[in-house]
Design a protein around this ligand. Structure first.
Ligand code: NAD
Length: 367
């Protein structure tokens, strides 16, 4: 029997609620395969700061180091609550980015997917969605503006200033582009390169490197689009995209727009892969506005489990089963509160009921 150690970081806000449903799914998978999952729970985020003075405490680092994979819920607080934490101890700055840096999880995969049967959840018109939305955003996750040097102070004219550096070297760009080409090869062999080379030198280098490595993937058609135009086209014609590759900040912003065209960020799971370690998390934040109400959509967290099964444990069939179970619950006419308005013909279900229905669907499948 294989034993996989999973660091479970439930996180803040809706994190514990959606994580509870994700762990139920893991139990089903464990029960019917020759595999055991050892869950190692650890504090991470604002809760960890309040408990032990740091959002990524040493005890959590040790657990993550020992894990085969990390399953992470969203972290962070509302704007107002964040004032209770010193700026340098805020969860993203002092926990999330350090985790990405520690495990060098440079490749972030964010599927933006809505089968035709669920198109009613999208704010886009049916004629725009056509046969459904199915694209994946590949985001560079450990470089660029978020990781560059920062400086702040008062300048010679007595004005407060801040300077943040957007830096990439060619190795960083090359490795994420290779990941994007490889996934394009497994899909439709079309790669949309999202850049801003009309303004940013970093995009000029990025584009030079894509030109250099593209001949290694002669079957893949590369299409270049400026990031601002891509934002518009995601709304007007999302089905033209299959694989989109982009640097860190573009990916942060465009992938939230991906959630927007599906109907909710609650439909956005992700995988963050490094050379030796991977972690899996919803693309969204801790949704403080709905925390504790049992109305969050756990699809993003359960989908992150599916991505972990596929990428870390090589359980491709079970990953497919999890996606099918979740989509099956929606296709049966149920909806979480984020995706539909009351009176729209669907039956509203809670976070917990969604999880229970997914578990029931999974259990009814032939594994
Ligand atoms: P958010 O992503 O938490 O929420 C934006 C909107 O989407 C809210 O209306 C929220 O209710 C909704 N939403 C998000 N996930 C949902 C789900 N699963 N089901 C239903 N609705 C959902 O963004 P925010 O409010 O700007 O940020 C809240 C906190 O999260 C901040 O502290 C922010 O820094 C942090 N954050 C963390 C991560 C991360 O952990 N990787 C990512 C983004 C933001």
């Amino acid at each position: 029997m294989k034993n996989f150690k999973i660091a479970v970081l439930a996180g803040d806000g809706i994190g514990p609620e959606i994580m509870a449903e994700a762990l139920k799914v893991l139990k089903v998978i464990e029960g019917r395969n020759d595999v055991s999952f050892e869950l190692m729970h650890a504090a991470f985020g604002a809760n960890a700061y309040f408990e032990c003075g740091h959002p990524f405490p040493q005890a959590t680092i040790d657990i993550c180091d020992a894990a085969d994979a990390i399953l992470k819920g969203p972290i962070g607080l509302s704007h107002e609550e964040s004032q209770k934490i010193p700026v340098d101890m805020l969860p993203e700055r002092a926990a999330l980015l350090p985790m990405r840096r520690r495990y060098n999880t440079f490749a972030n995969f964010r599927p933006v997917s809505l089968p035709k049967a669920l198109a009613h959840f999208s704010p886009l018109k049916p004629e725009i969605i056509g046969e459904g939305i199915d694209l994946i955003m590949v985001r560079e996750l450990v470089g660029g503006l978020y990781f560059g040097e920062k400086e702040e102070g008062v300048n010679d004219e007595g004005l407060r200033y801040v300077r943040e550096t957007l830096e990439y070297d060619e190795d960083q760009i090359e490795r994420i582009l290779h990941e994007a080409f490889k996934i394009a090869m497994r899909r439709k062999k079309v790669l949309h390169n999202i850049h801003k080379s009309n303004v940013l030198k970093s995009s000029v280098l990025w584009n030079q490197i894509i030109d250099e490595i593209a001949p290694q993937y002669p079957e893949v058609k590369v299409v270049h689009i400026l990031v601002d135009a891509a934002a518009t086209l995601l709304c007007l014609n999302p089905t033209q995209f299959d694989v989109m590759v982009m640097e860190n900040m573009f990916g942060d912003i465009l992938s939230d727009q991906g959630g927007g065209i599906l109907g909710s960020l609650g439909l956005m799971p992700s995988a963050c892969l490094g050379p030796d370690k991977a972690y899996y998390e919803p693309s969204h934040g801790s949704a403080p506005d709905i925390a504790g109400k049992n109305i969050a959509n756990p699809y993003s967290m359960i989908g992150s489990v599916a991505m972990m099964l596929e990428n870390s444990f090589d359980m491709l069939d079970e990953a497919e089963n999890v996606w099918a179970a979740m989509q099956g619950v929606f296709a049966d006419g149920f909806s979480t509160a984020d995706l539909s308005k009351p009176g729209s013909g669907v039956t509203m279900i809670s976070t917990q009921e969604f999880g229970e229905r997914v578990v029931a669907k999974l259990a009814a499948q032939t594994p």
